[in-house]
Design a protein around this ligand. Structure first.
Ligand SMILES: Cc1cc2nc3c(=O)[nH]c(=O)nc-3n(C[C@H](O)[C@H](O)[C@H](O)COP(=O)(O)OP(=O)(O)OC[C@H]3O[C@@H](n4cnc5c(N)ncnc54)[C@H](O)[C@@H]3O)c2cc1C
Length: 338
């Protein structure tokens, strides 16, 4: 097996940060993971599993082994008249999986069209968009505990899925390598069009006449209008999570800012958009050195060209401090800062 030394990962992270990994290996077949276990590069170093690097900010050289999963394959492994279970290898592009579902008239994944990254990384932060989260279609996953490459299986109740969170982003961070993910999709016409932009697009169309493929196209269109293309300006999508605050805190804010947008989480908690908070601090489209917030979506931090990872992390600190000072709310990064 080929383990590279001092390997540039500039083209393997969506911020395009020019850093190196001390060791780097690409895994094309799952059985190579068990061989990897017996190498010194694996045994003696810290490790990081890399998908497409679209949710990672590297702030310095990675002084360990980066394992990039390139395993491929998507297939229906079980089906009934109303449902199908689709299994995908971790190294598949997430959007190829969504495309597969739409082409096979399987409902449930379409609102997650166009999210960058791999299938293996998708459960890590329970990816979500336009009113749908991975957990809504998740069936199970398998992989290996990095300690000894013991095989592990996870069902929904084991994953502790939450808003941009799971056991794999927390307790098992860097301790479990996801190799296969299974999803349960519906064969019945069932679309989720409650999200504002989708409601607007389909307002005059009877629900039963709306095609699955059209919803995917609509989502791809909305995304490309709102989000910067990482090939043009390096970014990792939303940099921060939307903060959840108490009803009491929300009431205080609402009195001062009657236009504040909010979503009820439960009887005690309200979620407020981080983008709104950042914009109210005057930081929409704000530039600092080689970094900026995007002019259409201030929750996205962009690399204007040659920013170092540290510079982006410092800019994120600056935004957090401004929001904290103005609203006494802590913004928590969604991106993995390494
Ligand atoms: C333009 C843009 C838009 C985005 N929009 C959204 C969005 O709408 N919704 C959303 O939720 N996210 C969004 N993201 C974030 C990102 O696409 C997702 O988090 C995606 O799942 C990351 O996949 P990746 O393969 O690039 O993971 P990476 O960035 O490579 O890794 C992310 C984390 O997962 C771990 N990991 C990766 N693969 C595995 C594996 N096989 N086993 C165990 N751990 C693993 C890594 O170690 C790391 O901690 C966006 C990003 C960009 C750049």
């Amino acid at each position: 097996m080929l383990i590279h030394t001092d390997y540039s990962i500039k083209n393997l992270n969506s911020f395009h940060i020019d850093v190196k990994a001390k060791y780097f290996i690409e895994i094309n077949e799952e059985n190579e993971l068990t061989q990897l276990l017996h190498t010194d590069e694996y045994a003696l170093n810290k490790r990081l599993v890399l998908g497409e690097g679209s949710n990672i900010l590297f702030t310095e050289k990675f002084d360990g082994l980066i394992i990039k999963l390139n395993t491929k394959g998507i297939s229906v492994i079980e089906e009934s008249e109303t449902e199908a279970v689709v299994e995908s290898a971790a190294g598949e592009k997430w959007d190829n999986f969504v495309k597969f579902c739409v082409e096979n008239k399987l409902y449930g994944a379409e609102n997650l069209s166009g999210i960058p990254g791999t299938v293996g990384a998708a459960p890590v932060q329970n990816i979500g968009a336009y009113g749908t989260e991975l957990k809504d279609i998740f069936h199970s996953l398998e992989g290996y505990f990095t300690d000894g490459m013991r095989k592990g299986y996870f069902e929904p109740e084991d994953c502790e899925f939450d808003y941009r969170a799971s056991v794999f982003k927390d307790r098992f961070k860097n301790a479990f390598i996801i190799t296969k993910v299974r999803f349960r999709l519906s064969k019945l016409h069932s679309l989720h069009l409650n999200y504002r932009d989708l409601k607007e697009i389909y307002k005059d169309q009877p629900a039963e006449s709306i095609l699955l493929a059209d919803v995917r196209e609509s989502i791809l269109g909305i995304r490309s209008n709102k989000l910067p293309d990482p090939y043009e300006f390096g970014n990792a999508g939303s940099f921060f999570k939307n903060p959840e605050i108490s009803n009491r805190k929300f009431k205080e804010l609402h009195e001062k800012y009657p236009d504040i947008v909010h979503f009820k989480v439960d009887s005690t908690t309200v979620k407020v958009p981080a983008a709104w908070l950042i914009e109210k601090c005057g930081l929409k489209g704000y530039r600092l050195g080689q970094t900026a917030t995007h002019s259409k979506q201030p929750l996205v931090i962009i690399n204007l060209g040659s920013a170092k990872g540290k510079e982006i992390a410092e800019f994120a600190d600056f935004i957090q401090a401004k929001v904290k000072k103005k609203f006494q709310i802590d913004l928590i990064p969604e991106v993995n800062i390494i």
